[in-house]
Write a protein that binds this ligand. Structure first.
Ligand SMILES: [Zn+2]
Length: 203
């Protein structure tokens, strides 16, 4: 589902979330089955089992799988300024343990630095016909944002992703947008994807 700031609604679901959804679906199927077989008492049993499995599920580190203590663990950061495929972790669901924390902090630091560089970025649309002072040979492979609700959000994600990938770049040229209609339940909206070429300006 596309959210305020940047999730690809059309495919790149986080693996962790998909796993959780799969487990919930399985439990619902079981609950309906047990309800049919044993009546209300079967249902109550399955609901208690779901509660216990969610409780146990929350006690594992999302990265190494070890048991975590609520006081010494924290939620895994989601790096939502980056496109899904380039985020350090394939999930933003779950907790991380003390042992994994330093590794996660390294990624957070790189991400924070990218955010600072992103604030300095300049962009030029694909339709721009004038001269752009691009440093020779600094153009990188084109990058794409995820499909995001809000054109500005798509553009911001593209810039942050470029800054994260290329510390030597400070601009996006040939910036363009594509759009498509998506829906979430009864709600229809326009999702945007920003595409552009990271490069460095010659000053
Ligand atoms: Zn861990």
């Amino acid at each position: 589902m596309a959210q305020e700031y940047g999730f690809d609604a059309s495919g790149a679901q986080p693996k962790g979330a998909a796993k959780v959804l799969g487990a919930i679906f399985l439990w619902i199927v079981l609950a309906v089955f047990a309800g049919g077989l044993f009546g209300p008492s079967g249902l109550v049993f399955v609901i208690i089992a779901i509660a216990i499995s969610i409780f146990i599920g929350n006690k594992k580190c999302a990265l190494c799988g070890c048991g975590v203590n609520k006081d010494t663990s924290r939620d895994i950061p989601d790096f939502e300024g980056l496109t899904w495929s380039l985020r350090p972790y394939p999930t933003s669901v779950g907790r991380i343990c003390e042992k994994c924390d330093p590794e996660v902090k390294k990624h957070e630091q790189a991400y924070d630095e990218a955010m600072k560089r992103a604030a300095e970025y300049e962009t030029w649309p694909e339709t721009y016909k004038g001269r752009i002072p691009v440093s020779n040979g600094s153009e990188k492979e084109p990058l794409k944002s995820d499909w995001i609700k809000g054109k500005e959000n798509a553009k911001n994600q593209l810039i942050i992703t470029a800054a994260y990938m290329h510390s030597d770049c400070n601009a996006i040229i040939k910036l363009r947008f594509t759009q498509q209609q998506e829906s979430s339940g009864n709600y229809n909206y326009t999702a945007w994807q920003a595409i552009g070429i990271p490069c460095k300006l010659a000053l």
